[in-house]
Design a protein around this ligand. Structure first.
Ligand code: FMN
Length: 177
């Protein structure tokens, strides 16, 4: 179970997962390519930042030619899950350039949380820019704001934690198959 978590929510999910399935938890920045070999099942989880799953490219680069039987790819983001969001995340992240493994990963999405106190300066600036652009759009063309964009704006209004065992259940079931 490899993860990258900037404000702690992905880490929380991986900790919950570790309580339910057997496995080793390791942060992406601490993992080497050799440590990734020899596993039948590998999970990679990362927070979603500007539509991209953080660390995903590095993860597949490290995985290299080792071929587990199952790879679960977990995105932890702000927006509530809709089928359109799921499609978009898969399209933007599971590209041939990024996903270099022989096995096609199974994709999961979990809603994380937001705490302004846990963001570093770079993330604060990035969030400020993304919110400003959406707020502008909301003012100028309110009818063009999508459900995901509205969900995104609402999510960052106040600190909140949407992590739940319930959302994790399909991933646990997949890993136990
Ligand atoms: C600067 C910034 C950009 C973000 N961009 C997105 C995004 O594009 N889509 C999304 O669903 N969530 C987005 N989020 C929300 C994070 O994915 C969410 O807070 C998640 O819980 C972070 O997980 P982590 O703490 O494990 O990194 C963004 C958060 C920040 C701070």
């Amino acid at each position: 179970m490899v993860y990258q978590s900037k404000s702690g929510y992905t880490k929380r999910y991986i900790e919950m997962l570790a309580g339910q399935v057997e496995g080793t938890m390791v942060e992406l920045k601490a993992v080497s390519a050799t440590q990734m070999t020899g596993y039948g099942v590998i999970v990679y989880a990362g927070g979603v930042y500007a539509g991209k799953i953080s660390g995903i490219k590095k993860f597949f680069r490290l995985l290299g030619s080792s071929s587990p039987q199952k790879i679960a790819l977990v995105a932890v983001g702000a927006a509530p899950l809709t089928s359109a969001l799921r499609e978009k995340l898969m399209q933007d992240n599971l590209t041939a350039e990024t996903v270099t493994s022989l096995v096609k990963p199974k994709f999961f999405y979990l809603q994380g949380g937001f705490d302004p106190d846990k963001l570093n300066i770079a993330l604060k600036a990035m969030l400020g820019m993304m919110s400003k652009n959406l707020q502008k759009k909301q003012m100028k063309t309110p009818d063009k704001i999508t459900e995901e964009e509205q969900g995104f704006l609402d999510f960052f209004q106040v600190a909140n934690d949407q992590t739940s065992e319930e959302q994790l259940a399909p991933l646990v079931a997949y890993l136990k198959l």
